[in-house]
Design a protein around this ligand. Structure first.
Ligand SMILES: Cc1cc2nc3c(=O)[nH]c(=O)nc-3n(C[C@H](O)[C@H](O)[C@H](O)COP(=O)(O)OP(=O)(O)OC[C@H]3O[C@@H](n4cnc5c(N)ncnc54)[C@H](O)[C@@H]3O)c2cc1C
Length: 428
């Protein structure tokens, strides 16, 4: 039995393949084609949607990790697709390089990361897929396909976010930057102050995000800026903030709110009260990622930046009115537009709003109420996080949906990479 990170998706594949060469991956695809079987790839299984679920062949990329090549003149690095981000961070650091931006954990594989449009925050940066300069994959005919901005550019735009529907990605070339340090500052602020100034805060900081504590007027802001020359600091405040407060103590509070649902507001308020100012200066890949030891289920939507303030005000109103028993903070991040067919940030500078529910609690009514708001503002769901949209709705929200599907059909004519869940996303 396999399950994803939060355990909300569980499945029993007929077989699990762990290839360690590209040839072995090709053979698996050729075999599947011959036997009319379907294949689903899994990176780390950190998606909340059933993207990796299959009762046929599950292809894990865990044995296919590491650097393939490093070009020091261009700072481009080619990496095996199963490489986990935390491992990649260390490998790049040894080469004097780093990723220009990351999300808030580093457990995912690089292929899984780009395949769902995973993002960090910062208005100067696109999703992680925008750091990709070339992709190599094994298509549904067992052929090796290389694409980049220069080589088959249309196919490349489809491959940068592909949900594992084009083929098995084997290698990814990333545009990296020289290694750098970040200074991260966490502070408590008022929601009204942040909503009135988010554009200016974004302009004056390299990376800015904030968490609103539901049913309170408080947020925790996180700002990161380049910290060249400053001393490393990962002392007690960081340990307290990241391990004790954000994880262990928070887990106890989650259990308490789970056992006594009427205490959710108190927990949210208490969490907001204890947030203080903390500071950390360290190598970038150690700053973006924080431990996530408390399990939750999550929905996250991308909305156009012009609608963001209104959407967030509606979210606050909705939570107030419905009296939802929630205390997990709502995360707000900001991402630059791109031109990738299935990227939620396609063609528009964006804000991402994410809501979480402790993994033992039901989330359906809460997520539905917020999803209705996001949908009304042309929201596009994060592919790896819970949502209810299917092909008809998705096609309206993604201007290049059909272009993606055309490339998909060419690369996988026998639908080897289509699962029952992917059918709901792609075929009305
Ligand atoms: C605690 C937590 C924190 C998170 N934080 C963030 C965040 O900060 N920002 C954000 O945007 N998202 C975040 N996510 C979501 C997460 O980044 C995505 O769901 C991501 O896809 C997970 O990577 P993975 O390696 O686990 O991929 P999986 O979930 O294993 O797979 C995702 C997709 O990639 C496909 N895939 C995997 N390998 C290949 C391959 N070699 N070739 C082709 N397709 C492949 C799979 O088939 C599937 O469709 C978070 C999730 C969790 C659980």
């Amino acid at each position: 039995m396999k399950k994803n990170w939060s355990g909300n998706v569980q499945w029993s594949p007929a077989s699990i393949a762990l290839p360690n060469t590209e040839e072995a991956i090709q053979q698996l695809v050729v075999q599947a084609k011959k036997e009319h079987k379907h294949i689903r790839m899994i990176g780390t299984g950190h998606s909340f949607t059933p993207l990796c679920r299959t009762d046929e062949v599950l292809l894990s990329m865990d044995n296919y990790q590491g650097l393939v090549s490093v070009d020091k003149t261009t700072n481009r690095v080619t990496v095996k697709a199963g490489t986990k981000l935390h491992r990649l961070g260390e490998l790049l650091y040894k080469q004097g390089l780093a990723m220009e931006n990351m999300g808030d954990i580093d457990r995912q594989s690089i292929a899984g990361t780009i395949s769902t449009g995973t993002h960090g925050t910062g208005t100067a940066f696109g999703t992680i897929s925008t750091q990709v300069k070339a992709i190599r994959f094994v298509n549904g005919l067992g052929e090796i396909v290389d694409c980049s901005e220069e080589q088959q550019p249309g196919l490349f735009k489809a491959a940068q976010v592909s949900l594992g529907a084009l083929g098995v990605i084997t290698q990814i070339t990333l545009q990296c930057v020289p290694a750098y340090k970040l200074e991260l500052i966490n502070e408590k602020k008022k929601l009204s102050e942040v909503l009135n100034n988010y554009a200016q805060i974004n302009q004056s900081n390299r990376n800015f995000e904030f968490y609103w504590f539901p049913n309170t007027e408080y947020v925790m802001t996180k700002t990161s800026n380049l910290a060249d020359g400053k001393a490393d600091k990962t002392g007690l405040p960081t340990f307290f903030q990241e391990y004790l407060l954000e994880n262990m103590a928070f887990k106890l509070l989650c259990e308490y709110a789970h056992l006594f649902p009427s205490k959710n507001k108190w927990v949210s308020d208490f969490t907001a009260q204890v947030v203080g100012t903390s500071r950390k200066v360290f190598h970038s890949h150690k700053v973006y990622a924080t431990p996530r030891l408390v399990k939750f289920n999550e929905m996250e939507y991308n909305v156009p930046i012009d609608a963001y303030e209104e959407v967030m005000k509606e979210v606050v109103k909705c939570i107030d009115q419905h009296n939802f028993p929630v205390h997990f903070p709502i995360e707000n991040r900001f991402v630059k537009k791109d031109d990738i067919y299935l990227s939620p940030a396609y063609g528009r500078d964006s804000a991402y709003i994410a809501c979480h529910v402790y993994y033992k609690k039901p989330y359906e009514a809460y997520f539905k109420a917020l999803e209705d708001i996001f949908k009304a503002y042309d929201g596009r769901p994060h592919w790896g996080k819970l949502h209810t949209l299917e092909a008809g709705e998705l096609a309206k929200r993604y201007p290049r949906f059909d272009d993606f599907l055309q490339h998909r059909a060419q690369q996988d004519p026998h639908q080897i990479f289509i699962s029952s869940y992917l059918k709901t996303l792609f075929f009305p």
